[in-house]
Every structure is written in structure tokens, then in C-alpha cells.
Design a protein around this ligand. Structure first.
Ligand code: FES
Length: 212
């Protein structure tokens, strides 16, 4: 929710409660994917980047594919116009989402070409420590825990902010809205409701590798 909406909810709880109930009831007969796609289009129409990032992630989580999002954007061309669609695609590409890697030869498809990626020698991360490693177009957190190695994407599950490695003990905090994560498990421990994305990892000939 935006800061402005958050403020209005606190300042006028009854009126805003009616507003949200109205919105919920309006979409009550639509399936979740359709509801999400309409929400994405409204955010593009209003050109609110934060809202677009939030609702796009929700749409993908609820089963929409990148192709479907693109179709919805293009179908809304009469209302959006080309400039807003291009703006939205710029935002989407900046989010670096694997769901949009389906266009062969695009930067997104190169970044998301699947395979094992070398993340450095195992000896470079002592037990109990974490390193941020950039590799093949993305950054990851490599954690050497008691139970073994874990590799997490550096992008925040909230709105894809690229999180720097600034740890307070084992707590990682996204600088944008303050979601907190346990860097050893990826779990969101405060302010948010979704964990860091985890990549498969393995030790191969003394080196840590991640798969994406
Ligand atoms: S982008 Fe909002 S908490 Fe990270």
C-alpha cells in the first residue's frame, strides 16, 4: 500500500473501509488471474511504479504468465497508448523477472539462461558467514550455515529492490521499506510476508555453484 493510502486508512478508517469493501465486491465474480491483470493495467494507466511492481508480483504469484501480462498490456492499448505500455515494459525489464525471459535474444533471456553458475571457492565463505556475489547478470547472497550452503536472490520479494549486504547479526534489511529477512533461511521475519527467493546450490570441485 502506498504511504498516501496508508495515511488515509488511518485518518479516515470508516470511509476507506467502505472503499476497499467496494473494490473487493466488484471483483468477486472474477477469477484471481483476471482480477490481478486488471489491477496491473490500472497501475500502468495511473503510472504508479510502486503499484505496478507490487501488483505485477502478485499477478505472477497467482499464476499469471509473463505472456499473459504482455497480452493484457497490449489489449489495453486503446486506453493506455504506446507511451504507457513502453513505460510499463521498462519497469518490468528493470525488475529482472524470469517470467519475461521468453523473448529469445533479449537481455532478459540471456540473464535467465538456465544452468549452474560459479559463485567462487568454498573457502572464501567461512562457516556462519554470508557473501554477496554478482554472477551472470544477478546478485545473490551465499550463506555458509551449520546445515550447509544456501543461495538467495538479492532482489527483495516485495518490489524487487536489489538489497545490499548490510547485516545486523543474521538480519538483512531491505533499504526501501524495511522488510527484514533471516539471511540463513531466507525467511521474512519482520514487516513483510514473503521470503527471499532461493536458488538451488551445490559444491562442485571445491567451488560453490548456484542454479538459475
Ligand atoms: S522493496 Fe519494499 S521492502 Fe524491499
Amino acid at each position: 500500500m502506498s504511504d498516501a493510502l496508508d495515511f488515509l486508512v488511518k485518518a479516515r478508517p470508516e470511509a476507506m473501509g467502505h472503499y476497499f469493501a467496494f473494490l473487493k465486491d466488484c471483483g468477486g465474480r472474477l477469477d484471481p488471474k483476471t482480477r490481478n491483470l486488471i489491477s496491473v493495467i490500472t497501475k500502468v494507466h495511473a503510472q504508479t511504479e510502486r503499484g505496478l511492481r507490487q501488483y505485477l508480483r502478485r499477478a505472477l504469484r497467482d499464476g499469471c504468465s509473463g505472456e499473459e501480462v504482455l497480452d493484457a498490456l497490449l489489449m489495453a492499448f486503446p486506453a493506455l497508448g504506446l507511451a504507457k505500455i513502453v513505460w510499463a515494459v521498462d519497469v518490468i525489464l528493470a525488475m529482472d523477472l524470469p517470467e519475461f525471459a521468453f523473448v529469445a535474444g533479449s537481455a532478459a533471456s540471456a540473464v535467465h539462461a538456465q544452468g549452474w553458475h560459479d559463485l567462487g571457492p568454498a573457502g572464501s565463505v567461512p562457516p556462519g558467514e554470508t557473501r554477496r556475489v554478482e554472477c551472470a547478470g544477478r546478485a545473490v547472497f551465499v550463506h555458509h550455515g551449520e546445515g550447509g550452503w544456501r543461495v538467495f536472490d538479492s532482489r527483495c520479494p516485495h518490489q524487487s529492490t536489489d538489497i545490499p549486504l548490510a547485516l545486523d547479526g543474521q538480519v538483512l534489511t531491505c533499504p526501501k521499506h524495511g522488510w527484514r529477512f533471516d539471511v540463513g533461511t531466507g525467511a521474512c521475519t519482520e514487516h513483510g510476508d514473503r521470503p527471499l527467493r532461493e536458488w538451488d546450490c551445490r559444491l562442485h570441485e571445491g567451488r560453490v555453484q548456484g542454479y538459475w
